[in-house]
Design a protein around this ligand. Structure first.
Ligand code: CDV
Length: 309
């Protein structure tokens, strides 16, 4: 049995706040159709794909932000995307803001799901590494209030058997942390799908757009190589509500090389054939975690939140 998956990194241009959810979903359906026409089995959409990246704006009354979150998934606005997936027999992964009520309390997460070729939710991930701050910073040109709008994800780093392989997800800032990849790597992950929304400028540091793109690629390529897994990183790009977001969506082979990438900062797919068996040699030989890791010397990694001396 071959395990070659044809995957589309379904990059999206900006989703400005004035754009109705249904219009955004219809753009995504266009991308999913293109991917299906290209013979893809799976398409990966960005972080918070259905809305503007609203954590850049401060709303003093958190409840006024409720419209940015999905209360159910799927819901009436998004159902056509699920129906299309089933009709065209193509899976997808989608990032969105999730609101849920548990024990009488509301919980908000930055979430991503995997939908199978029958249009059914096969897995869910909730972002663990939330960047930014929880306090309003009026002097910054834009906010990064993820710690205000979201709780830390409570699902860990699941890896599920889907699409003939071991599949996991993470979201944007998660891609900068080796722990993200390793947690999934230790579970044998062969494909990590991640969406990102990354401004080309850092309001608090002097960093060129080129350096920021280099760092984005660096961590995804290292994560892929060191865990012998495919990584699909997908941007929401372009000028969204006045803030420029980087593109550079790409598909990375377990050898660390980029094998497909987008060219612009608008709606666009990049497609690659990913043979999941290409993960096997690195897992069995080059790294072989079972044989070569030295967990008895890593206890500080779990013990400390700060620096280890
Ligand atoms: N959405 C994100 O998680 N963005 C962060 C930015 C704020 C640095 C990122 O790591 O790309």
């Amino acid at each position: 049995m071959t395990r070659v998956l044809r995957i589309a990194a379904a990059q999206m241009g900006p989703v400005n706040s004035a754009e109705p959810r249904r219009a955004t979903v219809s753009r995504m359906m266009g991308l999913l159709d293109q991917a299906a026409d290209d013979g893809c089995n799976l398409a990966v959409f960005p972080e918070l794909a259905l809305t503007t990246f609203f954590p850049r704006t401060y709303l003093a009354d958190l409840h006024k932000a409720d419209d940015f979150y999905e209360h159910d998934m799927p819901n009436a606005d998004v159902q056509p995307l699920f129906d299309l997936a089933r009709r065209r027999h193509i899976g997808f992964s989608l990032g969105y803001a999730e609101i849920t009520t548990e024990g009488g309390a509301k919980h908000r997460y930055n979430s991503q799901i995997l939908v199978d070729r029958d249009g059914l939710v096969a897995a869910k991930y909730r972002k663990v590494h939330l960047p930014g701050h929880a306090d309003y910073r009026p002097d910054d040109p834009f906010q990064n209030l993820e710690k205000y709008y979201f709780e830390v994800g409570d699902l860990g780093f699941p890896v599920v058997n889907a699409f003939d392989g071991q599949v996991g997800m993470c979201i944007c800032n998660d891609r900068r942390w080796p722990e993200t990849y390793r947690m999934m790597g230790l579970k044998g992950v062969e494909l990590i799908m991640l969406g990102y929304t990354t401004p080309i400028h850092n309001p608090r540091a002097e960093q060129s757009p080129e350096l920021r793109m280099f760092q984005s690629r660096l961590c995804m390529q290292a994560g892929a190589y060191q865990n012998s897994t495919f990584v699909v990183g997908v941007a929401k790009a372009g000028r969204e509500d006045g803030v420029d977001l980087m593109g550079g969506s790409c598909i990375i082979h377990p050898n660390g090389r980029v094998i497909a990438e987008t060219k612009g900062v608008d709606d666009e797919i990049a497609v690659a054939d990913c043979d999941l068996d290409d993960c096997l040699n690195g897992k069995a030989e080059e790294f072989n975690f079972e044989r070569n890791r030295r967990p008895e010397l890593y206890d500080g990694l779990l013990a400390s939140h700060g620096s280890i001396r």
